[in-house]
Design a protein around this ligand. Sequence first.
Ligand SMILES: Nc1ncnc2c1ncn2[C@@H]1O[C@H](COP(=O)(O)OP(=O)(O)O)[C@@H](O)[C@H]1O
Ligand SMILES: [Mg+2]
Length: 261
Amino acid sequence: MIRAYTIASGKGGTGKTTVTVNLGTSLAQMGKETYIMDADIGMANLGLILGLEDVPVTLHEVLAGKASVNEAIYEGPYGVKVVPSGLSLQGFQQANPEKMRDVMRDLVSRCDFLLIDAPAGISRDGVIPLAIADEVILVVNPELSSIVDALKTKILTEVVGGHVYGAIANRGGIDQNDIIQQKMEKSLGVKLIGVIPEDANIRRAAAFKTPVVVKYPTSDAARAFKRIASQLAGVRYDEAAVSSSEGFIERFARVLFRGKK
Ligand SMILES: Nc1ncnc2c1ncn2[C@@H]1O[C@H](COP(=O)(O)OP(=O)(O)O)[C@@H](O)[C@H]1O
Ligand SMILES: [Mg+2]
């Protein structure tokens, strides 16, 4: 069974951190022991979007040989385990990315799933996460430049001995999903795992430092994340159960915000 996935893309801003946090949280909610790790050690923000920016020990200290992995694990929503990176430049400079493989092996031995939030680009610390995971998931925005960047990342992954499992199209816009699917599979040569729509609830949830799957569980984006997570976990996703469990407050909020997307 595949357990360690690296979430990657050509450029920044495609939604890697958002995907890592929301898939990780969804897998944890399904009862899977799940770890998410911020391998974007230069531009760390996995901890930031979960309110873990002030923690004493991060992956930086672990990669610098100053702390053990155990000291850098924090608990997120639904019990997802989070290994954040630090925000300081000095911490980044002292971190040795070569140690990432050992950290990954250690974490994988204790969980069902490990999701690694990778940095954008083709720097040394960016390439390591592509090589060490069982599989790479590309996060692509459904536009030509993003597809071309993803293609580069796919080739790079193969060059360093990694393997691409598939692509998630994030911020699906005007195109229908089947058109997005055709574009992705034809030009990228990988299977489309799922489409996450553009959804203002993602930013709204980020303001509360809470993943959208927790804060707005019935939003379009949350449903899309849960659908993908259930695919990865091999669990059936009951869409109807999610709708009927929508409480009064969620329904009220949804009506209130309708049209503001
Ligand atoms: N599907 C989406 N709909 C709306 N906003 C999104 C969506 N995906 C990501 N965002 C927003 O886009 C920004 C970049 O996303 P992020 O996950 O940080 O990208 P990356 O980690 O690839 O740099 C964030 O502000 C995030 O809230
Ligand atoms: Mg990021």
